[in-house]
Design a protein around this ligand. Sequence first.
Ligand code: AMP
Length: 491
Amino acid sequence: MSDGRYADGPTEKCGVVGVSLADRDAARPLYYALYALQHRGQESAGIVTHDGFQQYSHVGMGLVGDAFTEEDLEGVNGSTGIGHVRYPTAGSLDSSCAQPFSVSFKSGSLGLSHNGNLVNTDEVRAELAAVGHAFTSDGDTEVIAHDLARNLLQEDLIRAVKRTMGRIHGSYSLTIMHDDTVMGLRDPQGNRPLCIGEIDGGYILASESAAIDVLDGDLVRDVRPGELVILGPDGAGFDSYQLVDAEHTAHCFFEYVYFARPDSRIDGDLVYDVRRELGRRLWEESPVETDVVLPVPDSGRAFASGYAEAAKADGVDVEFAEGLMKNRYVGRTFIMPTQDARERAVRLKLNPISDVVTDRTVTVIDDSIVRGTTSSQLVRLLRDVGAEEVHMRIGAPPIVAPCYMGIDMATREELIAADEDVGAIREAIDADSLSYLSIDAIAGALGESRADLCLGCVTGEYPYDIEGEATDREVSRPQVGDARAEATGDD
Ligand code: AMP
């Protein structure tokens, strides 16, 4: 079995945005929207715009605020544009992978922002390279751009996009610019989120609705799986083309559990409500009566409040307290290169408030356990300040396999639940008890059947055809050579 992390180029867990406006520069709304999506990527940020005559681009490393100066923003002209924030994955700290990807072809200029991860990049790249396409990065986004450019030489925009969809396989939410036309495209199973909003003077496409909120706009709806949305010029409405229909969706449940902002609405559900409901179900499935319930900030908060609320509804008098303080200036523990550095980072990041904990029994609620670093450090810290008992409750099932669809989830060797059962993990993290949430609870809270979710990281069976891995449905990769013929159906 493959270890997963870079099966087909780096995994990309990112944020994308696109706007089309009437008589107004796109740069600033894009910049604000990227700020709202900063949690989806901190490695690089970029904007590509078009003023009707030419394309402009600025991409910088680091946080949105560091990647742009006032001058940079003034230099990206035009009333249409797309933007991107990129997540740091170990080994990919490389400006050649920063996005939006932009390039000029005979068929016009293209810009692409991609969230997700293709699983047949190498095949498509090899075929394009064989007919003379030269690549500057090992990423999948450039492959999509080249394929689309090639198709645009032969047919109209919509057919060209459809043909590209017939060749690429995997997870993609894209914002695309072809000259000054802005589009949004979601893979046929809708793995990553993408939504449409109306803002002052035009329309926006964004990974999460929080980006629409910060522009004082209104969420119109989610982009449907397999749908191409083309924003009208000068901010005038949008057109929809349902290019591919899949029998089932493969929405990523981890967006709700960890990744997305709680104030975003994804595929009809407010992430905050979902997390609270998961917390309530966590209590129903594995209640433990302790003096106090502590969330691991930030994502554990909504789970813990739902959990404590359900406990109270059952007549259990439990205190919900913020007993762990987070230093928000410490980067995500995940990107630390060594285990030692990761442990140090958890200690820097989270500090218990001893008065809340000392001589008391404690339930700690986190959204997930990946390597187990955070939980084992936390249990030790809480015992050090005098907790009598420490019980861990986790708002997701055990993560047993890597994510190939764009969330950086470590390799099988690093995943503590890949070959340990819950009892062994409890021992390893030294908790008095440990319980995870069931997969059924996740599906129930989302109101979706298991068949419509991507559960690859908790089952080891994926909704895409990934070399060396099992799949949980009938899917097959497009045969790249043949797909060109197959994809030319009616729109
Ligand atoms: P670990 O310490 O390796 O067990 O990771 C679990 C902690 O990391 C939890 O507190 C999660 O909130 C957080 N987490 C989960 N998934 C990710 C991810 N893909 N990137 C960064 N942090 C994550």
